[in-house]
Design a binder for this molecule. Structure first.
Ligand code: AMP
Ligand code: GLY
Length: 423
């Protein structure tokens, strides 16, 4: 099989790592990829829907795997499918489940899928939104409806905070078009889990549950980031809870999408809050999570490419992969200053770790004359993958790995996976 993988982050390095394990793979092209994927396939620096389509036709591509949300929301999957190319990833309409939070919240309301109580307001409803905020309990959550690179969620402790959040969206244009509409919703209390359902639109396979660490500092303090680390499997998600999540959330959501004539094909990522009233949806994403993918995929044995290919072709082969019984912890090394301003271009040393229980996934890196330099906020995901289901050992191994890596102003959290003990 000739495969194209779209994207350039840590998630895509992990996808490439797993895809290249398949005997069915002939050639992997990463568009554009990163220095990590260049060791697994050929990086090709092209972008734009038309250029990607042209490349796929010229290179007899059998499957395109789309990593990030942006090209999905922009309809890359549709253009490829119209040209008879198999794609793992939802259509533009189905990707609204992430791209338009007012769509996903209304879908959940219509089909009784548990989520935080909410109202949607657009710019012209400013005064109504203020009245609603006056009557609401606190904290309250204000969300920009569109894609905002993980920054469009404001948790407001009191009315004044909420008004200033609303003004950010409607008056100061902080989130651009993504803030034209807002969702004001109930604040939920509980632990969060990331659930990935790989689906052909009808049937699905749930991968081991993971937990992300979104805040910059230990103990979940400080600003929200793209994700500072993840681990899997998350013991918080017991078999019983997973049954509840699939029965009340995943199955009804896929059926709802079918009823709305938007068959969902790809990875449905459900961000779940485990509340006292049971699991509720925090958000849906239309793709695999980053950095959760880096911790989840190493726990799969079998043919991951076959899983994606069979799902893309409407007949998911759920026996193609299974959980290997192990555990994994991914610690993200970021550039000092992230998620605010940071510098780039520092040389990274210590990347040649030869330990088959440690994998270094590249994200914000670039290669210049044989050296690997920092080139983004989230730079690397140092990931342990051990045979035992022992998170303590997996954590130890991941931090052993990161202790060998160095670059100027490197920063990372020291408590990735400790939440597993809080249950
Ligand atoms: P999202 O981008 O929707 O995943 O939101 C980012 C983070 O904000 C989530 O991972 C939660 O930690 C938090 N969050 C979002 N919505 C809520 C909510 N309704 N209640 C409590 N926390 C929330
Ligand atoms: N880990 C959060 C995300 O991928 O959106």
């Amino acid at each position: 099989m000739n495969v194209v993988l779209i994207g350039s982050g840590g998630r895509e390095h992990a996808l490439a790592f797993k895809i290249t394990e398949s005997f069915k793979l002939e050639k992997l092209y990463c568009l554009p990829g990163n220095p990590g994927t260049s060791n697994l396939g050929e990086n090709i620096d092209i972008s734009g829907n038309e250029n990607i389509l042209e490349f796929c036709i010229a290179n007899n591509i059998d499957l395109v795997v789309i990593g990030p949300e942006q090209p999905l929301v922009e309809g890359l999957a549709d253009i490829l499918r119209e040209n008879k190319i198999s794609v793992f990833g939802p259509s533009k309409l189905a990707a609204q489940i992430e791209g338009d939070k007012s769509f996903s919240k209304s879908l959940m309301k219509k089909y009784n899928i548990p989520t935080a109580a909410f109202e949607v307001f657009d710019k012209s409803d400013y005064n109504n939104a203020l009245t609603y905020l006056k009557r609401h309990n606190y904290p309250v959550v204000i969300k920009a409806f569109g894609l905002a690179a993980g920054k469009g969620v404001l948790i407001c402790e009191n009315y004044d905070d909420a008004v200033s959040g609303l003004n950010d969206c409607f008056k100061n244009n902080t989130f651009g078009d993504a803030g034209e509409k807002v969702i004001i919703e109930e604040f939920m209390v509980g632990q969060e889990a990331s659930i990935f359902a790989v689906t052909d639109g009808n049937d699905y396979l749930i991968l081991p549950a993971a937990q992300d660490h979104k805040r910059i500092y230990d103990g979940d303090k400080g600003k929200n980031t793209g994700g500072m680390g993840a681990y899997a499997p998350a013991p918080l998600v017991t078999d019983k809870l997973l049954k509840e999540i699939t029965g009340k959330i995943i199955s009804p959501t896929l059926s709802a999408m079918k009823s709305e004539k938007m068959i969902y094909n790809g990875c449905l990522y459900a961000g779940i809050m485990i509340t006292e009233e049971g699991p509720k949806v925090v958000e849906f994403n239309c793709r695999f999570g980053d950095p959760e993918t880096q911790a989840v995929l190493p726990l799969l044995e079998g043919d991951f490419l076959e899983l994606l290919y069979s799902a893309a072709n409407g007949k998911i082969d759920k026996s193609s992969v299974k959980y290997n019984g192990g555990s994994s912890v991914c610690v993200v090394a970021v550039s000092g200053g992230y998620p605010d301003k940071y510098e780039k271009g520092f040389e990274i040393t210590g990347l040649n770790i030869s330990d088959n229980e440690i994998m270094i996934f590249h994200a914000g890196t670039k290669e210049v004359k044989g050296s690997i330099l920092t080139n983004g906020g989230r730079v690397l995901g140092i990931t342990s993958m051990i045979k035992e289901n022992d998170l303590k050992l997996a954590k130890q191994k991941a931090y052993e790995g990161i202790s060998k890596i160095n670059f100027n102003k490197m920063f990372y959290r020291k408590d990735i996976s400790d939440k597993a003990k809080l249950r």
